[in-house]
Write a protein that binds this ligand. Structure first.
Ligand SMILES: [Zn+2]
Length: 377
């Protein structure tokens, strides 16, 4: 600790009027509170220098579990205020048909995967396991579960999102802070889901622990879907930090996970990971940067130049070279189409490219399912 020195002394009268002002030197630094800021998932030591700076967010990486968090991010109180009024679902998708399309395309596959995994783990012990969706947003996943005739409830902090769910889906989400929920306030959930939620909070492990507490000892399962640092979208965000807006964004995504850090988070919460699912928007992000942002049309764009930057970052992230062949295929195709200005022919290449990222476990999203450790089978 530095000593605080307060000295009163006479100052140059030509500069200042009497009486002399009181000056303070030095500032007490609490080393331990700084250290606790650095701990996120496993309590390991974080890098002192950011491994990536995106949109002003300086992401530090844990030397042990490889988790990333924003060293200069919002405080817990600021985050909570931010989410109470978050307009994400109020501003967009207000059309009920579009909203249902989003349910069918995005949320229903997730609900189907969840149910399949649950049956895989627990058989048909419970015909209708109750679902609790935490951070339900506009209620899309809750709607998907309801469409599948599952008993489901959703918790959400943002009031605009709650209104959206009510107006568009006629779903009542509960306006509660999940960490404060008691067992008798929820309907004995057997499945607790966090779709794109725990990366937003200061303490992701606390959320998972709370889920474990609520499951008690009956057959249960936790699902968490999080952004993946070791991914194609990370490569693109590092290549084009100013224009690529994907999973790395310091205001909302204070945490970026890796396979290791999400697994470690589950284990810290006494949940044993059993199933993982890899999918993402990596191929779409490449398309956005090259086609939508028009880079492929620029004079100084070349396939080799692009691939050399891509491969350098890919290697630094430990992603195997198999994806590069698919990326090169897409970029070469786009280059051949740039004079015509019509890139639609190249759209067919996107699903195969995304699959290459998924199979390399380098998709920008990882979904992990697990069961309370006491239930291990
Ligand atoms: Zn760690």
């Amino acid at each position: 600790m530095n000593d605080v020195v307060i000295k009163e002394h006479d100052l140059d009268l030509e500069r200042l009027v009497q009486p002399p002002i009181s000056e303070t030197f030095g500032k007490t630094v609490d080393i331990f509170s700084l250290k606790s800021v650095e701990q996120s998932v496993c309590g390991g030591t974080c890098s002192k220098e950011p491994v990536v700076v995106i949109h002003g967010g300086k992401y530090l990486q844990c030397g042990e579990c490889t988790h990333l968090h924003v060293g200069n991010g919002l405080t817990e109180e600021e985050l909570s205020e931010h989410y109470k009024e978050s307009q994400k679902y109020a501003a967009t998708y207000t059309n009920p048909e579009k909203a249902q399309l989003r349910v069918n395309q995005v949320a229903t596959p997730k609900a189907e995967w969840m149910l399949k995994v649950y049956r895989d783990l627990h058989g048909n012990i419970l015909q209708d396991p109750n679902v609790l969706d935490v951070g339900a947003g506009g209620g899309h996943f809750v709607k998907a579960c309801r469409d599948m005739n599952l008993q489901v409830e959703g918790i959400e902090l943002s009031r605009p999102s709650i209104s959206f769910a009510k107006n568009v889906f006629n779903i009542e989400l509960s306006n509660r802070d999940f960490l404060g929920v008691s067992a008798d306030e929820v309907k004995n959930p057997r499945l607790i889901t966090f779709w794109g939620v725990i990366e937003h909070v200061k303490d992701p492990v606390a959320m998972l622990k709370k889920a474990n507490d609520l499951l008690k000892d009956e057959p249960g399962m936790v699902v968490a879907s999080v952004p993946n640092f070791r991914s194609g979208s990370t490569i693109i965000q590092m290549m084009y930090p100013d224009t690529a807006v994907r999973h790395i964004g310091p205001i909302e995504h204070g945490n970026i996970f890796t396979e290791k850090s999400i697994s470690r988070s589950f284990e810290k919460a006494s949940i044993t990971p059993t199933h993982a699912w890899y999918f993402g928007m990596d191929a779409y992000e490449i398309w956005t940067q090259l086609v939508t942002c028009g880079r492929v049309k620029s004079q100084d764009f070349s396939v080799d130049g692009f691939m050399s930057d891509f491969d350098r970052i890919r290697e630094s992230l430990g992603i195997a070279g198999g994806v590069s062949q698919e990326v090169r295929g897409l970029v070469t195709k786009l280059t051949s189409l740039k004079d015509s200005g019509d890139f639609s022919e190249a759209l067919d290449l996107l699903p195969k490219l995304q699959l290459a990222f998924d199979e390399e476990r380098a998709s920008d999203e990882i979904t992990l399912a697990g069961i309370p450790s006491s239930e291990q089978m």
